[in-house]
Design a protein around this ligand. Structure first.
Ligand SMILES: [Zn+2]
Length: 102
């Protein structure tokens, strides 16, 4: 069965990040337009990030990609404290969990 590639992704008229290669390129370039399109998780740290995270670039062999933050969480990763990947998905409830001070 050869199904056509998914075209229902909702990007804001940006490039599509459907392959690991293009996703990795976005991470390397800290491409903010990729935020929300996918998340990357780092096996060595157990944390997942937005593509534009300012954290140090992980080794590609330790990285896995997830379409949603929830998906990354289910895979056993925690949201990065620096880029707050969950904040992207839950724009509606910003401070659902009140973070004390700062
Ligand atoms: Zn991060």
């Amino acid at each position: 069965m050869s199904s056509p590639p998914p075209t229902d992704e909702r990007h804001r008229s940006g490039p599509s990040f459907l392959t690991d290669a293009t996703r990795w390129e976005a991470v390397r370039g800290r491409d903010a337009t990729a935020d929300g399109a996918f998340y990357y998780a780092v096996r060595t740290t157990g944390v997942y990030c937005r593509p534009s995270c300012a954290a140090r670039l992980p080794r590609p062999e330790n990285v896995s990609f997830h379409v949603t933050a929830a998906d990354a969480g289910r895979a056993g990763f925690r949201p990065c404290k620096r880029c707050r990947p969950r904040g992207v998905e839950m724009e509606a409830g910003r401070d659902a969990r009140r973070s004390g001070g700062r």
